[in-house]
Design a protein around this ligand. Structure first.
Ligand SMILES: Cc1cc2nc3c(=O)[nH]c(=O)nc-3n(C[C@H](O)[C@H](O)[C@H](O)COP(=O)(O)OP(=O)(O)OC[C@H]3O[C@@H](n4cnc5c(N)ncnc54)[C@H](O)[C@@H]3O)c2cc1C
Length: 486
């Protein structure tokens, strides 16, 4: 039996461990933290529970697939509900758009609340589906760095349709050409943030993202997002995977251009293959001693990060649902500040996620757990303490104005996470949520491969080595690694 070691128990690390165990490897996972899940973790403050990172769950089929591969019924381990209303969008002029999951109902909602027609929305969703169909096999399911990925009929057909993926103008240019109303443009531009990009620079190909939500649907796991992790850990343990927590890996050991093991807390552990779920930048700069960081990796722009306030709120707001967005009035300026000034707008777009709306045990009766997040630049040494102080005040003012109540008086407990904390908690370079950004049409090809071309037995899984972003793509990176390993 060959031995596979996974560095990191993020969602991609766990999925890789399951796949390696199913392949017949003896699998051990070393995780630096005391808890599995990486960015997908949970925190408790007093009687409140919060999912610390991701909150929007799409493409649950990639979680289910892992149970099915193991011959189990996913429902015995993990359950989730489809959302009828994906998100509420609040605009400064008082407009409130409900993003209904049903495409017809959603298109009528847009026609009712903006100057755009229902048909323009349905046309857009069809275009989004077309981009998905063209890019899915090429960008999402296979390694972009293996010739064999391109040598099949499906991929060749997709390549012939490439001019249709709208890669040569920005997402905003495409959306402005399609929609009359700036509120609709803002609505669809926001999807660029789903992989930490800038809609005013990123190619319109990213208009594929709404398809994930509007076609496949948005879901919420019973028990909260963290149950994705706990259920998969349960499966991995059933399959014989061993987890070592509080175990930061210091070095991947290499001899004759082949991995031979790793060292953790001064002890060597031998392995036939190693999959690093650590951000690929840190894998090179911290674990691969004496190996140069590839030039391409050095040049890549990092994706954006997040500033999050976890607030216990001692009342409830019936007008809010599980996911809520409060748009900035000047969306373009917000992104200019993030990407050009490396700062934060005084009127940021605010995302409020309240898991207790679906999972009442997450907060005491009569209260709510607010995960309040804004997009911010990655950490390049800004004065975060000052930015947090100013942003907290701006966020409270904006939410209080929109909701007609002084939010500052309702906060009963608080914890804050900023890019420095995301970096130090999950070893994500500069606190970027998705590795490098997708702000250019070449970004997908410039991402590091899921394997090392110079070190035999070394593979990479996770958000930093997949051209997409988020949980589904991290899970797909594990599938790609699985396909690469014989
Ligand atoms: C605030 C926030 C909001 C988000 N919102 C969403 C959302 O709504 N929907 C969505 O789909 N996605 C969202 N994402 C993105 C999503 O969380 C990530 O894409 C995904 O969780 C990445 O998983 P991963 O396995 O690649 O890496 P990570 O979660 O970063 O896991 C890496 C793991 O490796 C461990 N590790 C690293 N180095 C070492 C080492 N040397 N030794 C041992 N262990 C090590 C780390 O401790 C960590 O546990 C969000 C992320 C954040 C932070």
């Amino acid at each position: 039996m060959s031995k596979a070691i996974i560095v990191g128990a993020g969602i991609a690390g766990i999925a890789t461990a399951i796949r390696m165990a199913l392949k017949g490897h003896q699998v051990e996972v070393f995780e630096a933290s005391a808890q599995a899940g990486g960015k997908l973790s949970e925190i408790r403050i007093g009687s409140f529970r919060f999912d610390a990172g991701p909150s929007l769950f799409t493409m649950p089929q990639y979680v289910d697939e892992l149970f099915r591969l193991a011959g189990k019924n996913p429902k015995d381990y993990f359950q989730y509900e489809k959302l009828d209303t994906i998100c509420n969008y609040f605009y400064e002029d008082g407009t409130l758009i409900h993003a209904f999951a049903d495409p017809l109902k959603f298109s009528e909602e847009i026609a009712d609340k903006t100057n755009d027609s229902a048909d323009s929305i349905l046309d857009f969703l069809n275009k989004s589906r077309d981009i998905y169909e063209i890019t899915n096999q090429v960008f999402l399911q296979r390694s972009l760095h293996k010739l064999r990925s391109y040598l099949n009929i499906g991929t060749l057909k997709s390549l012939l349709r490439f001019p249709q993926i709208d890669a040569f103008r920005s997402m905003n240019q495409s959306n402005e050409a399609r929609f009359k109303d700036s509120r609709t443009v803002r609505f669809f531009n926001r999807y660029a943030t789903y992989n930490g990009s800038n809609p005013y620079k990123a190619p319109a190909t990213l208009n594929v993202i709404p398809h994930f939500e509007q076609h496949f649907g948005a879901y919420f796991p019973i028990g909260g997002m963290y149950s994705i992790v706990s259920s998969l850990i349960g499966l991995a343990v059933d399959l014989g995977v061993k987890f070592q927590f509080n175990s930061y890996v210091d070095e991947i050991e290499i001899r004759n251009n082949k991995v031979i093991g790793l060292s953790c807390k001064g002890k060597s552990h031998s392995a036939d293959l190693i999959v690093s779920n650590m951000d690929v930048w840190y894998t090179y700069t911290r674990l691969l001693k004496g190996i140069k960081v590839p030039e391409r990796l050095k040049k890549q722009e990092r994706s954006s990060s997040a500033l999050i306030f976890y607030w216990g709120i001692n009342t409830s707001f019936p007008e809010l649902s599980l996911h809520n967005i409060f748009f900035s009035e000047d969306y373009q300026d917000e992104f200019r500040q993030i990407w050009e000034e490396k700062g934060i707008s005084s009127d940021p777009t605010i995302y409020v996620h309240i898991s207790s709306k679906s999972n009442p045990e997450d907060s005491p009766e009569g209260s709510e757990n607010w995960f309040t997040m804004i997009n911010v630049p990655s950490d390049t040494g800004q004065n975060w303490d000052e930015l947090i102080k100013v942003s907290r005040k701006n966020i409270i003012e904006k939410l209080s104005k929109n909701l007609g109540k002084d939010i500052s008086k309702l906060i009963s407990c608080e914890s804050v996470l900023d890019p420095r904390g995301i970096d130090s908690k999950t070893f994500s370079y500069q606190g970027s949520l998705y590795g490098s950004s997708s702000n250019s049409q070449f970004s997908a090809f410039l991402r590091h491969a899921n394997f090392s071309s110079s070190i035999k037995g070394l593979y990479f899984a996770g958000g930093s080595v997949h051209p997409g972003g988020g949980i589904p793509l991290a899970l797909l990176s594990a599938k790609i690694v699985d396909d690469l390993i014989k």
